[in-house]
Write a new protein. Structure first.
Length: 280
């Protein structure tokens, strides 16, 4: 009878150790990855946006295009988080202590809880981010909130798409994704009622315009990384279109601007958070 051959003991121990080490390294790598989604202490859901490169602006052939949409390559060099929804009236009131919105009371249920806050200036939005960051649980978690840059906003809106809207070139599909002049009944609507984009972000087209941190200005004509807009200006950028405007204003590349102090029932915001601010 042949005797069974066994692996030499030193080699067996070495291979077992190598396997254990590899598993530990994999576990460490997985633990080092920021979560794909997070929900903060006031119930705000944020989605992780992966770094990447995209074409910002619109081609000259795009229907509804304006001259301030010069197409150029932009690289976003770090992952970041963006609110899955526009900041709601309840969230704003929780942090700031008041609700300045013009449109209070949803069409169904007469509740303000999930309507987007509006009638807020850029200064109001920045103050919200500051006070949210100072809440005990947020401070403990190391989260520092801010407004997205214009490039971060458009990159997230497109969610990898190259079409007029994040979902397609077809304007006829817009009522499935956004509230605008044709389907809004002339007011805001509860966030998240319609379809999200490919990265899980709702209401990127329509409902309310959303403040960005950039001063408004002409786009560069060359490739750039992590642009933050002009160093100074007279107006701040807002993006996304709104319930009062036409479909063309809700395109992924569409730009708008207003004074930092400007407030009306068309303007709201969503928050951003750098992934480096999240403990691994």
């Amino acid at each position: 009878m042949r005797s069974k051959k066994h692996m030499p003991r030193p080699l067996s121990i070495f291979l077992s150790s190598l396997m254990i080490f590899g598993m530990m390294q994999l576990d460490s790598l997985l633990l080092a990855q920021p979560p794909k989604e997070l929900t903060n202490s006031i119930g705000m859901k944020l989605v992780l946006i992966p770094k990447g490169t995209f074409m910002m602006g619109s081609p000259e052939s795009e229907e509804g295009r304006r001259e301030n949409e010069t197409q150029h390559e932009v690289t976003i060099s770090n992952d970041y988080y963006l609110g899955a929804y526009e900041v709601t009236q309840t969230q704003y009131q929780t942090v700031i202590g008041n609700n300045p919105s013009c449109y209070q009371g949803a069409l169904v249920g007469n509740q303000n809880a999930d309507l987007p806050v509006e009638n807020v200036s850029l200064d109001d939005a920045v103050e919200f981010c500051k006070k949210l960051s100072e809440l005990p649980e947020e401070k403990k978690a190391g989260r520092v909130y801010r407004l997205p840059t214009e490039a971060e906003w458009e990159y997230a809106c497109r969610a990898g798409s190259k079409t007029i809207y994040s979902f397609d070139d077809e304007e006829g599909l817009l009522p499935e994704y956004g509230w605008f002049k044709r389907n809004s009944s002339q007011r805001t609507h509860t966030v998240g009622l319609l379809e999200p984009n490919a990265w899980g972000l709702y209401d990127m087209h329509g409902n309310v315009w959303e403040w960005c941190s950039d001063w408004y200005g002409e786009y560069p004509k060359r490739a750039v990384s992590d642009p933050t807009g002009p160093t100074m200006g007279t107006d701040r950028v807002n993006r996304g279109g709104c319930w009062l405007y036409l479909a063309a204003n809700c395109r992924s590349a569409s730009r708008n601007w207003a004074k930092s102090s400007y407030q009306d029932g068309l303007l709201g915001f969503r928050v951003a958070l750098s992934s480096s601010r999240i403990p691994k």
